[in-house]
Write a protein that binds this ligand. Structure first.
Ligand code: HEC
Length: 164
């Protein structure tokens, strides 16, 4: 699972340090060490097994309060009360449906748009977990028009609010 690699490479602006040698200075200035990115341990974000780009939801503002009800109606049976997980998924490698609270680290981003997009890809296109015969798979709420873009934005806002 989690195959699609659509990672944005953030290129840290490297500052060119111009070493001005003072006239007559004896010692050679040491070049400054290359800046190491503060959070360099960025794993690739989890991606759904089904292909496709972000949906219209990522350009909408989600309402977490409305999303809470959408979650109860559409997500809770698989992801548990308030996304706490604990629902079995026989035939999948994990054995359980992933919790959304806490959510997979690799889906989280400081950039709210990136964070929302990471969730949206699963919601739009669905995903089949790894394993020989997973009983449950993530439905394609967007592609199958089970939820409207605004509802997807709302439930994304709710899931993000659970992980604050
Ligand atoms: C029929 C069960 C089912 C329902 C209903 C369901 N999901 Fe899922 N969901 C899954 C499974 C199974 C996965 C794991 C997919 C995989 O591993 O590729 C998943 C994965 C996810 C992921 C990615 C999490 C991760 O750790 O990889 C998100 C986000 C998600 N679901 C959100 C939702 C939301 C929001 C709803 C309600 C609108 C919802 N799901 C409804 C079964 C479900």
């Amino acid at each position: 699972m989690k195959t699609r690699n659509n990672r944005l490479l953030s290129i840290s602006a490297a500052m060119a340090v111009v070493a001005l040698t003072a006239c007559g200075a004896a010692s050679t200035p040491q070049p400054t060490a290359a800046p190491t990115s503060a959070s360099s341990a960025t794993a690739e974000p989890a991606r759904p097994s089904n292909p496709g780009g972000p949906g219209a939801a990522v350009n909408l503002t989600g309402d977490a309060t409305k999303g809470a009800q959408i979650f109860v109606d559409n997500c809770k049976k698989c992801h548990g009360d308030a996304g706490k997980g604990g629902i079995n998924n026989p035939g999948s490698t994990d054995g359980t449906i992933p919790p959304l609270n806490p959510i997979d680290d690799t889906l989280v981003s400081k950039d709210p748009k990136v964070y929302a997009t990471n969730l949206d890809l699963f919601l739009e296109h669905g995903s089949t977990p790894a394993g020989s015969s997973p009983k449950e798979k993530m439905p394609a709420f967007g592609d199958e028009k089970k939820l409207q873009p605004q509802q997807i934005a709302d439930v994304i806002a709710y899931v993000m609010s659970l992980n604050k």
